[in-house]
Design a binder for this molecule. Structure first.
Ligand code: NAI
Length: 480
């Protein structure tokens, strides 16, 4: 059989120890895989590569289209961006798949409940796009960009994953009650897409209740689909239910490239001691082998891990007495290849079909779009009662009238929505066309900015669009 080349990045901290364990185990199954070594992370940052990912590594992944990757340290508080995020974004691996399943011989407060769920986290959008701007010296902003195609492909991935594993329910977790346009987009798209999967039950939970339910009754969950930051937090929480990060594998999937990595980081406190738990990386290798179509080798590894844990062989991070080192544990798993667990069955898997990019349905472009005004964000230390009349005076006689001013989303002028809104030096000033029948022209916006800018520093502007007459922007708290 022809061998598949897989890029392997050993990574930082405990990375080389746990990746070595996974590589040895895959080799012991006889799966037709060869490794192409590539570097990324701390040593590359030290060598002056600001992304932490050298071009040779990018070229290797672009060629092999599949990578097994150890954890990479991110410089905190200085220097470049996370090398992990760079890899995810460079290769547009939009789906982060994080299975969470109770294992035998790993005692937790939830043992015996049969936890078996998979978190499907959108991996490239949301706040993790990292688009940040200081608005004033006191106010920071991070843009939360959520796209319809981004939602559709993660929604379809969730339903396809449910199909591939014969799972019956997809739960979508969002904060759509507060962020109706961004988080609400995922909720709406999941509802639409669910019509194409009639055999799968779809439901929605508000993400905070989802966190609560995950701890109260985790066994109710099957497939959980969510936005990037929610998924980051919920999946770490979920891994804690089944024994912690030492048991949490993940796959980053895109149209062209798949990058497999454990959920955990480089665990610097235990690096180099030979005590790290390699199970997360071994289970990551299981996902890799399934992706490559080597289902039997994948099941062999999964079953050997279960049989090893059942026999009471564990690393020191597992609650309970004793614990063996990384190498001894790995040897024990390799020795059990071919054995089957007495209590733990592997799930049946069919190949996962990711949605083809050209099948994603764009939004309905026939919707009539018009702009009825503009929000101008300005810096000021004036009180709202002073600010309002000054801005009104600046736009007197123009097509745009000041409708309201808000501070961090709460209306503070003309009437204050709350008695005690604490005003920072960052105001949103909403200007609307005086004549309902008029159309907003860019020239009006330029003139408005000239006028406002003559007195105040402005830092950004948002047009107030309406789609078929429905406002496509949020109202301020207290705004009519
Ligand atoms: P971490 O996951 O490295 O460690 C969190 C805790 O879990 C520590 O107590 C650690 O000892 C323990 N732990 C993690 N994996 C373990 C294993 N396999 N066996 C036994 N114990 C294990 O998270 P932390 O400390 O927040 O991050 C350390 C570094 O890793 C940072 O530089 C961070 O940026 C990076 N990181 C990289 C990730 C990646 O490459 N995908 C993911 C998360 C963090």
């Amino acid at each position: 059989m022809e061998k598949t080349t897989v890029t392997v990045i050993r990574g930082d901290g405990i990375g080389p120890e746990v990746v070595d364990a996974a590589v040895r185990l895959v080799e012991a199954t006889g799966a037709p895989v060869v490794w192409e070594e590539a570097a990324a992370g701390a040593s590359m940052f030290r060598a002056g590569i600001t992304s932490g990912v050298p071009q040779e590594t990018i070229d290797s992944i672009a060629r092999t289209r599949v990578a097994l990757k150890g954890p990479l340290e991110t410089p905190v508080g200085h220097g470049g961006k996370s090398a992990n995020v760079t890899l995810r974004k460079l290769f547009e691996t939009y789906a982060n798949i994080r299975p969470v399943r109770e294992l035998p011989g790993v005692p937790t407060p939830f043992s015996g409940r049969g936890i078996d769920l998979v978190v499907i986290r959108e991996n490239v959008e949301d706040l993790y796009a990292g688009i940040e701007h200081m608005q004033t010296a006191d106010v920071a902003q991070c843009l939360k960009l959520i796209s319809r195609p981004g939602c559709e492909r993660i929604a379809r991935t969730a339903f396809e994953y449910a199909r591939a594993e014969g799972r019956g329910t997809v739960t979508c977790a969002t904060k759509a009650n507060i962020m109706k346009l961004t988080e609400g987009m995922l909720k709406r798209v999941v509802e639409e897409v669910s019509a194409d999967y009639p055999e799968i039950r779809a439901r929605h939970l508000i993400v905070d209740d989802c966190a609560h339910q995950l701890v109260r009754r985790p066994e109710q969950f099957d497939v959980l689909v969510t936005t990037n930051m929610n998924g980051d937090i919920l999946s770490d929480l979920a891994s804690g239910l089944v024994g912690g990060l030492g048991f949490a594998p993940s796959a980053n999937l895109g149209d062209d490239v798949a990058i497999f990595e454990a959920v955990h980081g480089s665990a610097p406190a235990i690096a180099g001691q030979g005590t790290a738990n390699p199970t997360a990386m071994m289970l990551t290798a299981v996902l890799l082998l399934r992706h490559l179509g080597h289902a039997d080798a994948a099941t062999d590894i999964e079953q050997a891990i279960a049989a090893t844990l059942e026999a009471g062989v564990t690393t020191p991070d597992v609650d309970g007495p004793g614990g063996v080192g990384t190498r001894e544990y790995t040897d024990a798993v390799i020795a059990r290849l071919g054995q089957r667990s007495a209590t733990w069955e592997s799930r049946p898997h069919r190949p996962l079909r990711l949605p083809a990019a050209d099948t994603l349905r764009p939004a309905d472009r026939s919707v009539y779009r018009s702009d009825g005004g503009v929000d101008v964000f300005i810096e000021s230390r004036l009180a709202p009662a002073e600010l309002g009349p000054i801005l009104e005076g600046l736009v007197a006689g123009t097509p745009l009238a000041l409708k309201m001013i808000s501070n961090r989303g709460t209306q503070v002028w003309p009437a204050a929505a709350g008695a005690g809104t604490y005003c920072v030096d960052h105001f949103r000033c909403r200007f609307v066309l005086r004549d309902d029948a008029a159309l907003l022209a860019d020239g009006m916006v330029y003139d408005l900015l000239r006028r406002v800018g003559s007195r105040f520093r402005w830092m950004h502007v948002e047009k107030l669009a309406e789609l078929d007459g429905t406002p496509a922007y949020s109202r301020a708290q207290g705004e009519n």
